[in-house]
Design a protein around this ligand. Sequence first.
Ligand code: C2E
Ligand code: MG
Ligand code: MG
Length: 707
Amino acid sequence: MASDAGRGSDPGGPHAELAERWAAALGGGPRNHVVPMSSAESRLLLAALAEEFIAAAASTEPADRVGELGSELARSHFVGDEVLGRTLAVLNAYLVGTVPADRAAELLSAFATGYLRAFRSWLLAEQESVRAAEIAARRMVEQQLRASEARLRAVFSQAGIGTGLSDMTGRIIEVNNAFAGMLGYQPEEMLRLSVTDLTHPEDGPDMWQKYAGVLAGKYDNVQLEKAYRHRDGGTVWTNINVSLIRDEHGKPQYTLVLVEDVSERRALRERLQYRAHHDQLTGLPNRSRFFDALTAAFADSTRVGLCYVDLDHFKTVNDTFGHAVGDELLAQVAARLSACPTRADQLVARMGGDEFVLLVPHSSGVNEMAGLARTVLHALAKPFYVREHQLTVSASIGVMEERADRCSAGEFLQAADTSMYWAKAAGRGRYAIFDADRGRREHTSAELSAAMPSALRQGEFFLDYQPIVSLANAQTVAVEALVRWRHPDLGVLSPARFVDLAEDNGHIGALGAVVLERACHDSRQWHNRYPHTPTVSVNVSAAEVADPAWLDHVQHIIADTGINANMLQLELTERAFMQTTGRPLRALHTLADSGVRIAIDDFGTGYSNLAYLGQLPLHVVKLAGPFIQRIRTPDTASPTDLLLLETIINLTHALGFTVTAECVETRHQADLLRDLGCDTAQGWHFHYPMPADQVTALLGLSDLHLS
Ligand code: C2E
Ligand code: MG
Ligand code: MG
């Protein structure tokens, strides 16, 4: 267009005035269209147009040029609603009186036509560009959508985590490779299935309830552990996360499931759990599993029963044959115990060491439990064969049976443990049924253990003495010191209740010292009164002898009390001897050399052989009670028993030792032992253990008799 600077050169001419009015007309009123030029530029344009218009109006040329001016105005984006109307009004005002009316009409019409033509093409271009922009935008959105959908699809199908989509009827719409592969399918094969085809016998009822809750829109998301059946028949354990997907109106539309294969993790967990709940050596449920079962039994049963089984002298097996044999023996014992229960809900567990339990939920009464205890004793009665050794094992069994609402699981177990000790104290190889009255009288091991230091300080331990008599003339040749505890609440306790405890808790040294001092002191008193005083025989445990200070201590006591060393006898059990080697054994040799007599106690309960005895600093072999019990009456002794006794007595004599029989309760036993050559004996047939002053009286009597 022709809006060069030259056309606006006369700022004060009529065109300036026209441009001024024109600009005023267009500048006022509602501006519904923004002209993309500054107001100075607009004025310049209008001035140029005004000048040309005036020039055209003044000429006689056809009005075409004026049409151009209209076009120019429209092309310059003067396209608001009122632009044309106001422009025509301003131009008309100028023309009136300047040109003839028909010329004016011609000019105005040409202007309007030019304007409208340009306006229309502007409008079309405008619409076109809007449409093009719209198309471009739509294309871009579509492309982005496709890209994001492709990304989503790739994520879905390639994701390592199993993913599936199903509709609200449970039809599977989509599954990814990971999910299908997890169950041994191709994704498209799974599309023929419905969610309910994926049930598994391990599905708990709450699992499907939760799923139904999602379908019903009750939950938006649930996490479950679920088993699936693999196509090959196996089970795949998974953690699944089911989410509800709603449409834009909030209506449930799909369920999305994310599935993670946790089979391996679960198998590991199960292995660890098994390990945590089972004893490695025997394969039996362990202590922790037992406690779970005990708690469950107390929760579910009206009555509960328990056999608490402790093997007798198991430590001796370990000490004699080594731990490998001990371990195998335990495994064999476990196998025999496993065969004892009569119902599937009964549990056999290993509590540790040589202790086992048989738990009977829903027990019918104490008789059932006593029956089970007898079954256990019977099961263990036959010898065990471990690596060419033939081993005999007995057990002490504590039996407890009670209504579950009458006591706690802890009290119940404590009671079974207590009655197991009663079985031990009564001679082992038997069961004892818990008796609440007796239980009240006796304290638990733990309480006894805790009370021991103060008992030692308060002088609650005292001695009874049991005479040991010559079988030839019934004269008392020795007395065995037997310790007792006068407990302030529980009365007099037998050593079976506390000697092992003292060995375990480290008080045995102090206890042994009290016993030895007292026994030597009493011996000194008797010696002061009567010339024929018996030897005093004191029991010593391996733990005492093992103490490096023990030898010194014994020598001091002998010196302090002033007794003759050969008036003192020390008894170590066969088992104690087995634990005594090296320096402790040399200590025994030293004492034996100084005249102290050494006896092996309870001989025949361990596994030591006679040849071994020759290497010990021994003077006396004390035959264990069970040997003697077998010959209690003429009916109970078998020819083998007699032969065995005779052989042992002869061999012992051959080694230069004397033989003492323990637990002689009948005249028959006494006579038989004398005939077999046994030297001395102790037992209820002769004397019960008695207090020191009764020994004094007894010695007085025999002194009278002798003198
Ligand atoms: P032990 O040394 O074999 O003592 C013999 C046990 O047999 C004593 O039991 C005694 O009362 C019991 N007895 C005696 N005659 C008969 C009888 O005819 N028939 C039956 N069935 N039993 C009889 P007690 O006093 O209960 O002692 C048990 C064990 O405690 C002792 O067995 C001994 O090993 C240990 N003991 C006792 N006093 C001490 C001690 O001062 N120190 C240590 N370390 N142990 C001791
Ligand atoms: Mg003894
Ligand atoms: Mg004994």
